[in-house]
Ligand binder design. Structure first.
Ligand SMILES: Cc1ncc(C[n+]2csc(CCOP(=O)(O)OP(=O)(O)O)c2C)c(N)n1
Ligand SMILES: [Mg+2]
Length: 387
């Protein structure tokens, strides 16, 4: 794909497959016969859709990055370098019936589930016509099977267990998938939710997205043992995959989702990847200091899009086909950006709508009593009408 020196990590600007990288890629997707079979049964359209999905994710992020430089946004949280995790995961689901609960690093899950790019961008701009009506940049929409991220990391682990339990109780062959960062695995919610899902054998897929860092804390500073030990402790089937290889991620997730769908209980997919930038756009220099040049160089050679593109070309997909796919995505983004910026011009929320559709609780209300004041004021518990 076209590279953008102003916005891409420097390792990606002149990206070409380094010696041995494509052999490594091919080895990863050939080493397990079951996964190799799943990958070889992907149709040319499915293969190209995954390529389009990763390009869409990268360009969505580049749009946000540009908006930061232009002063439209203060900062943005990006998935640069981690696109293959989300795209491989989502494409392994039955997107008509399954659900996903993305975190901030999984924006690609939204557009691949069908949530319009314009709405995703509107959410960042907090417009009145964004899915949360301007209340939260964590974007989701149940209309498209996307549970909006909760800011508290790993909070979706028990939420997803509950959704999966509902599927099970209704006898529906559906699965729900959520992502947990390496850092988020250190929370109570992660362990409580995981155990609950395991004991009740619900059809949930948990992707442990190990990008080697949590905010400014490196993996070796917050994790002593292997992630796989937990799956054993909880009695959950685990799969590991190369998170920068979209085909390996796809295949591992398909096996995990099939297992969950068949009634065997939840599955964990651990994806090894790397955050090719900061926690958000504000701390990129700091991230490079914390991780060191070697780590960036190692993962920079493993750009998930560059590698997949080269693999597709080696399979006989023409440069023209790849270019046409990319051009279509560029046009989608341009249109979405236009629509989102138009909403910003004429459709920002009115201040009084801040309390619509939410529940507010304040300290001064008498314990255990429900009061319904005539007008909003402090010291009351009130339910506001939803929109
Ligand atoms: C429960 C909770 N504690 C702390 C935070 C602040 N916080 C936001 S992101 C983050 C790091 C998350 O790291 P990780 O789970 O590895 O995800 P990544 O950002 O690397 O994708 C922290 C500590 C939070 N949002 N929620
Ligand atoms: Mg992390």
């Amino acid at each position: 794909m076209k590279r953008y020196p102003m916005f891409d990590p420097p390792e990606y600007v002149d990206w070409k497959p380094a010696s041995g990288i494509l052999e490594e890629y091919q080895h990863t997707i050939s080493r397990d016969p079951e996964r190799a079979r799943l990958i070889s049964s992907l149709s040319p359209n499915q293969l190209l859709d995954m390529y389009a999905g990763m390009v869409r994710f990268r360009l969505h992020d580049i749009t946000l990055r540009r908006w930061v430089k232009q002063g439209i946004l203060a900062k943005a949280w990006l998935g640069t370098g981690e696109e293959a995790v989300t795209i491989g995961n989502v494409h392994a689901l039955d997107r008509k019936i399954d659900k996903v609960g993305p975190m901030i690093r999984n924006a690609g899950a939204c557009h691949e589930m069908g949530l319009p790019l314009a709405d995703m961008l509107r959410e960042y701009l907090a417009t009145a016509d964004s899915p949360s009506h301007g209340k939260d940049l964590h974007v989701g929409s149940m209309e498209y099977g996307v549970i909006a991220p909760v800011s508290q990391v790993a909070a979706l682990v028990p939420v997803v267990a509950g959704i999966a339990l509902a599927f099970k109780q209704r006898g529906e062959r559906r699965v729900v998938l959520t992502w947990i960062g390496d850092g988020a695995t250190k929370t109570t919610a992660f362990h409580e939710g995981m155990n609950f899902a395991a004991v009740l054998k619900v059809p949930a897929v948990y992707v442990l997205q190990n990008n080697q860092i949590a905010l400014g804390t490196r993996l070796d500073q917050h994790q002593a043992g292997p992630f796989t030990a937990w799956s054993k402790a909880y009695g959950i089937t685990a799969f590991s995959c190369d998170g920068n290889n979209v085909l390996d991620t796809y295949a591992a997730t398909k096996l995990a989702a099939d297992l969950a769908r068949s009634g065997s209980g939840p599955a964990i997919v651990t994806a090894e990847t790397f955050r090719m930038g900061g926690h958000a756009t504000h701390d990129e220099a700091e991230a490079r200091e914390i991780c060191g040049a070697e780590l960036f160089e190692y993962w920079g050679k493993r750009d998930p899009i560059g590698m997949y593109e080269s693999w597709l070309e080696a399979q006989g997909v023409s440069k023209t086909t790849l270019d046409e796919t990319e051009q279509k995505v560029i046009a989608e983004l341009a249109q979405a950006e236009k629509e989102a910026l138009a909403s910003r011009e004429k459709n920002m929320p009115k201040p009084e709508t801040a309390i619509a559709g939410v529940y507010a609780e304040t300290a001064a209300a008498p314990a255990g009593k429900w009061s319904e004041p005539e007008s909003p004021k402090a010291g009351s518990i009130r339910k506001t009408p939803s929109r």
